[in-house]
Design a protein around this ligand. Structure first.
Ligand SMILES: [Cu+2]
Length: 251
């Protein structure tokens, strides 16, 4: 029932948020403090984070890191990997100087037959290094993105995370935001299907708040429908856009 996007629930016409998929960009450390220089591994994947099932991710369209106003293309540095048993990508990134490193993924459109649409999750995460904490609150100018209102690092479990959902640079009133825990080691068992994905709605200014109940990486996915279609088997298909943001809460 839970192993893919295709579920009996979908066939019954029941709209269940429990099979939420997320673009994933998660580094091996939530901050870099070591002065001697440190290499982090960044995982790039497409998966159901809480249920621990993967989806195949083709080589992304773009993957970069922005810090101090400078953007570095990391696409050539991605190497194949697996995530929850499905093809994914990763890169080793050496953090040489202080900065707030913003990793941004643009995947290729993912065709989802169960939903008769394409999915594109623009996914980002922020890695602070060597004490720098500037620039985390600036929009990156993505087609759609979550701009954090809470500093997206140095937070405790139990803190609230707030962000603003933008599409084409403008707030998205009442945007639906899906929230999931990255259950990497399987240490959490959802109390019911309803607990797999948490759902919050943004206010009229596109602002949402969610309080993380326990430590770890949490993903926030604000979903909107694209104002364009993509051709598939001779027909124009809808495109779901996700603005996905990953942030860590410490114990
Ligand atoms: Cu899925």
């Amino acid at each position: 029932m839970r192993s893919s996007c295709l579920t009996g629930l979908a066939l019954l016409g029941v709209s269940f948020a429990a099979q939420a998929h997320f673009g994933i960009v998660v580094p091996s450390a939530d901050a870099v403090a070591d002065r001697s220089g440190k290499t982090v591994t960044v995982d790039v994947a497409f998966a159901h984070p809480m249920e621990r099932t993967g989806m195949t991710m083709e080589k992304p369209e773009a993957f970069s890191v922005t810090a101090g106003g400078k953007t570095t293309d990391l696409l050539p540095r991605l190497t194949p990997d697996t995530f929850y048993g499905k093809p994914s990508w990763k890169t080793a990134f050496e953090v040489r100087r202080p900065g707030v490193y913003r990793f941004v993924l643009t995947p290729k459109p993912y065709w989802e037959p169960a939903e008769d649409k394409f999915i594109i999750h623009y996914t980002q995460t922020v890695l602070p290094a060597y004490g720098d904490e500037d620039g985390w609150d600036e929009p990156l100018g993505l087609r759609t993105e979550i701009v954090p209102l809470t500093r997206p690092f140095g937070n405790w479990a139990g803190n609230s995370f707030s962000g603003r959902v933008l599409a084409n640079g403008k707030p998205v009133p009442h945007a639906e935001v899906e929230v999931e825990y990255l259950n990497r080691d399987g240490d959490r068992t959802p109390a019911s299907d309803y607990h797999v994905t948490q759902v919050v709605r943004a206010d009229e200014n596109g602002i949402f708040v969610y309080t993380a109940p326990w430590a770890g990486w949490w993903g926030f996915a604000a979903l909107t429908e694209a104002d364009f279609k993509i051709r598939h088997d001779g027909a124009d298909k809808d495109v779901e856009l996700g603005a996905v943001f990953w942030t860590y809460f410490a114990k």
